[in-house]
Design a binder for this molecule. Structure first.
Ligand SMILES: Nc1ncnc2c1ncn2[C@@H]1O[C@H](COP(=O)(O)OP(=O)(O)OP(=O)(O)O)[C@@H](O)[C@H]1O
Ligand SMILES: O=c1ccn([C@@H]2O[C@H](COP(=O)(O)O)[C@@H](O)[C@H]2O)c(=O)[nH]1
Length: 343
């Protein structure tokens, strides 16, 4: 676009040498040697005295001014065109929301609106910079992450509670973080999260990854914990790639295998008391569909990379946990040692 605009103007300037020539001819008069010059009334009498006359004949040639006007106008036009083009790439047309504390990173005030956000009609997000990072924030030596995946109701939360007790992990449930953000007064994402959860679909990764990163930072700063169990995440390939690229590569994924009929029964039972908007037959059906179509490809990809530990999750919680412990041991992950002191 810029070429089409620039070239006719450029051509007209190049094809017309006259204005430039006229300009230098006019200027050359002012440097006429003093000896050839007759002193006029009003001319300065000394080197520090200004002239008092203004009787120089006004130039009749408009070409003296037009080259400058043309160059200035062209420059301004091109500058504006470039700025507008860049704005279109990075900004939404809609209103811009202010940063909000749990989702904002204090160092970044960048306005990011990705194609993804536009496609999903998300509001422009201030300070959700985590996913734009090209290098991971932490290395696997600094931070250990185990993902815990499985269908809805497979028992991820139940098993994570046991692992926290025995291994000293920090448990971060992506679903819990999203529900917390949904209920936070003043959250600009609350309504959006509510809709995604009710429909059993996956909240855009920018929000979930920023919530996780903020929670990880908090845990490291306040509790000194850098061993994380990330439960119910990543639920989609884009999340998996973005998290490992910009936050930290995971160590491996613990995957709980459970038939839908068993999970449905558990969720309907849980729904009697959980108060969760998605523990009902209609939402459960949608969650199962999302799990098969969107989340299983994540497990499949990690499995191809040899990074999945699979455990059957139909037995009692304690039996499932025994299997998990055995598999973790094979991977070199051991429980915290407790020394009992005999009296
Ligand atoms: N092995 C098990 N046997 C029977 N019930 C179980 C078992 N594991 C978990 N439950 C029960 O099933 C319900 C779902 O468990 P849990 O919340 O741990 O699953 P989840 O995978 O985290 O679910 P979601 O993905 O919906 O958060 C809970 O009521 C829990 O007590
Ligand atoms: O990475 C994630 C994790 C969860 N969600 C949404 O939250 C609900 C509930 O998740 P649970 O793990 O069952 O608590 C899930 O159905 C998704 O809608 C998400 O979008 N992204």
């Amino acid at each position: 676009m810029s070429l089409a605009v620039r070239s006719p103007l450029k051509r007209s300037l190049l094809q017309s040498p006259k204005p430039t020539l006229q300009f230098f001819q006019t200027r050359s008069l002012t440097i006429t040697p003093r000896a050839l010059y007759q002193l006029q009334p009003g001319d300065p009498k000394g080197p520090n005295e200004p002239p008092t006359h203004t009787n120089a004949a006004p130039s009749k040639s408009p070409l003296k001014v037009w080259p400058f006007v043309l160059i200035f106008a062209t420059g301004t036009f091109l500058f504006k065109a470039i700025i507008d083009q860049r704005k279109g790439q990075y900004q939404a047309k809609g209103p811009v929301s202010a940063p909000l504390s749990p989702l904002s990173t204090p160092t970044s005030s960048t306005l990011i609106t990705t194609q993804h956000q536009r496609k999903h009609k998300m509001p422009a997000i201030s300070s959700l910079g985590a996913v734009t990072r090209e290098k991971p924030l932490w290395s696997p030596e600094q931070v250990t992450v185990l993902f815990v995946l499985g269908g809805p109701g497979a028992g991820k939360g139940t098993q994570c509670a046991k692992l926290v007790r025995d291994y000293g992990f920090k448990h971060l449930s992506a679903g819990d973080l999203l529900r917390e953000e949904q209920d936070r007064p003043g959250s600009e994402f609350g309504e959006m999260i509510k809709t995604y959860i009710k429909e059993g679909t996956i909240v855009p990764m920018e929000v979930t990854i920023q919530l996780l990163e903020n929670a990880m930072k908090k845990s490291m700063e306040e509790e000194g914990k850098s061993l994380f169990l990330i439960d119910g995440f990543p639920r989609k390939l884009d999340q998996a790639h973005a998290f490992e690229r910009s936050v930290v590569p995971s160590k491996f994924t613990l995957f709980l295998i459970c038939p839908e009929s068993v999970m449905q029964e558990r969720l309907l039972k849980r729904g009697e008391t959980s108060g969760r908007a998605d523990d009902n037959a209609e939402s459960i059906k949608k969650r199962f569909k999302t799990f098969v179509e969107t989340s299983m490809p994540v497990v499949d990809e990690f499995e191809k990379q040899g990074r999945v530990v699979k455990v059957e999750a139909v037995q009692t919680p304690d039996e499932v946990y025994e299997d998990i412990k055995g598999k973790l041991r094979e991977k070199g992950v051991e429980p915290l040692k407790v020394d009992f002191v005999k009296n």
